[in-house]
Ligand binder design. Sequence first.
Ligand code: NAP
Ligand code: G4F
Length: 339
Amino acid sequence: MKRALITGITGQDGSYLADLLLHKGYEVHGVVRRCSTFNTRRLDHIYRDPHDAGRRLFLHYGDVSDASRLVTLLAKVRPDEVYNLAAQSHVRVSFDEPENTGDITGMGTTRLLEAILMSRPETRYYQASSSEMFGATPPPQDESTPFHPRSPYGAAKVYSYWMTRNYREAHGMFTVNGILFNHESPRRGETFVTRKIARAAARIARGLENRVYLGNLDAIRDWGYAPEYVEGMWRMLQLDEPDDYVLATGVATTVREFAEHCFGHVALDWRDHVAHDSAYLRPSEVDALVGDSGKAEAAFGWTAQTRAGDLARIMVEAELKHLETAKAPLAAVPEQMGR
Ligand code: NAP
Ligand code: G4F
């Protein structure tokens, strides 16, 4: 039985990756931050009581800011594959917390790579790199496009990208960068724009609120469906040789068009319900990200299947279902936190 360790297992991608690896018969170990509230909501459906015989999901407290903990964890688990998905992953928040973002999204990678090098260097390593690294460089973007990050988050991911390559070149480790364009799902964090819009469209359709405040509606993103992207992560670690790959749909959609899709799905006109708030603008914006994942298709046959219109439908449907089943509809995300 193969053994995998996932940092960021409680996040959107980590939870889908855990689903996939359990389905493939892996023993899955996840690093969870100690919180005063439960942060394992996205894992509820696969969680098994520690006393159950035969369980294959194991959660361990840890933090990528804590190097000694990563060393003891790697020595204990001795995984075949490590997926480093942990990050302060919100671009707007990275302008408020540049140092913390550098520590977690940047230095966290080095701490983890070093712990692997010390304990079991033959471990295969996946780094969650990002299209945000391309920043100001115009689309289409692929593996040879120069980086020009436009946020502390993007800069931290560029650092992690190069550290991942350096451990490959310097120490001969099997390390890969998956350069993933935006990918979304009903498990997306509530303050990312697709989830924020889908959630608002559903709540407005049910009469729970009337307006959603957004920032830049002109931004262009390449939005895919998260479960397809975690399959791509896994495939990268099954190749004969380590390399770096872009995963994207290749389709450009503006924030405005995504709002049109979501509100259209509940027969509403987005213009009646979307208002502007400059609090959601970034000090420097990434205007357009549209990826070319031809290299991944050629190397391991990966292509994105779901496009923005279908994604909007999936996300709005999930929000409507949630409202039907929730005992009391959850409160709106507080404005100050709703980045
Ligand atoms: P996410 O939902 O924000 O999940 C981030 C995960 O990192 C959460 O499990 C979070 O734990 C964990 N984390 C944060 N700080 C940590 C720390 N100090 N130590 C340990 N764990 C920590 O992000 P996602 O959308 O799943 O993305 C997964 C990865 O891919 C991230 O690295 C992200 O930057 C990158 N990425 C995402 C996209 C995308 O479109 N989704 C595109 C390109 C790259 P809590 O649950 O406790 O907060
Ligand atoms: O949903 P977003 O916050 O995602 P963003 O900034 O593209 O970052 C996501 O994708 C990256 C991959 O390219 C990941 F690496 C990163 O971890 C994260 O998952 O914003 C998308 C666009 C931006 O241009 C933003 O300015 O939507 C625009 N936007 C407009 N109004 C808004 C809002 N974004 C947010 N979060 N909230 C708004 O109200």
